[in-house]
Design a protein around this ligand. Sequence first.
Ligand SMILES: *Cc1c(COP(=O)(O)O)cnc(C)c1O
Length: 432
Amino acid sequence: MQLYSTNNPDNIVDLKEAVLKSLPKDKGLFMPTHIPKLSSEFFDRIEDYSFADIAYEVATKLIGSYISSDDMRGIIDRAINFPAPVKMHDDTIGTLELFHGPSLAFKDFGARFMAELISYFIKGEEKNITILVATSGDTGGAVAAGFYNTPGIEVIILYPKGKVSDLQEKQLTTLGKNITALEIDGTFDDCQAIVKQAFLDPELTKKYNLSSANSINIARLIPQSFYYFEAFKQVKKYGKKVVFSVPSGNFGNLTAGLLAKRMGLPIDHFIAATNANKIVPDYLETGIYEPKPSVATISNAMDVGAPSNFTRLLALYDNDYNALKTDVSGFHLNDEDDKQVMRDIYNKYKYIADPHGAIGYAAIKNFQKSNPDYLGIYLETAHPAKFLNVMNDVLSVPTVVPERLQAVADKEKVAHLLSSEFEATKNWLLKR
Ligand SMILES: *Cc1c(COP(=O)(O)O)cnc(C)c1O
């Protein structure tokens, strides 16, 4: 597998370099030079494949012989070891539950696969790797769980003070060992900017062998395509055209779905569903891309004002706005409507959807008004118990907290509080 930089098609690297470096020096993003298609026989017989088998087929097709089939099988079997079930509400709409992993969010897929790939690539090397990662909520927990206790890898997580839920904060501040949390007195965009700047800082890159686990890393993106195939397998029997609705922030999840489509997955349409941070829905409507400071919402994992995967989204369509618009529609919802939709879903189906998934649901309902023949699947991107304050405020029924989440809630938080200036994080990193 070879990858190019979206800022310079002649800047070509192999997968190891793309995964370990995260970002090209020219500040573009790595994208595959070639996106192969899976055979029609694979889709004809997809029901015969387990989720791990599907992931193996997709990964092998994309990555090629670069990783031996035995090694790849091991990587997949360790990383993709929990299910991604589609729960149908009725014959027209269902949800793809992506929260059955260790941190209860879809980011577990990316984080676990990435931890496996990095371990594989650094086997036998002497210098430790330091993963720097900014989180708007769920990335931190997934990355912390995915890399916890992995030899040769240290993880430093930056999160915005007061802008992640209590349980999310606990997930990234209570593990200890090779996991360190920096509480930044600023926004998620500040955290992301600090991480980006750190990679370009000569003093830091001299001291540390830095890598990133944000969705800008291609190792996060690849495994997120697997569950679109797995979902298709489960709804194929309906014989309908399928639309996926993807609650989005940095747009890694949606980009992975579009990558699956490019690999031949027969999905007709996608919806980019956001909260009030509607940069991409606005772009789809007007053709003008205008990043803005993020605003805080009850779907905090999507509070992103400058989506880091936007360039990739466009690159998949050769920067052709009209081509992108053919496959992707935009949708956005404010907090008050989001709360009402959460109540509607519960009243109608007795299903408890989290504030992110509920926006995806509303997007499907809106799409089906003019496209009633489509089967709609919205991605349930995290378990509702990760947002207990919101859930208990909105629904009169209690949200049950899974045991593995309750276990971290009882532990003590350890984090280093720093200002949002890049220098604060830089000095902290240089001093330790
Ligand atoms: C990260 C996250 C999102 C946004 O995903 P992107 O790939 O950044 O668009 C949506 N919902 C939840 C619960 C998340 O954790």
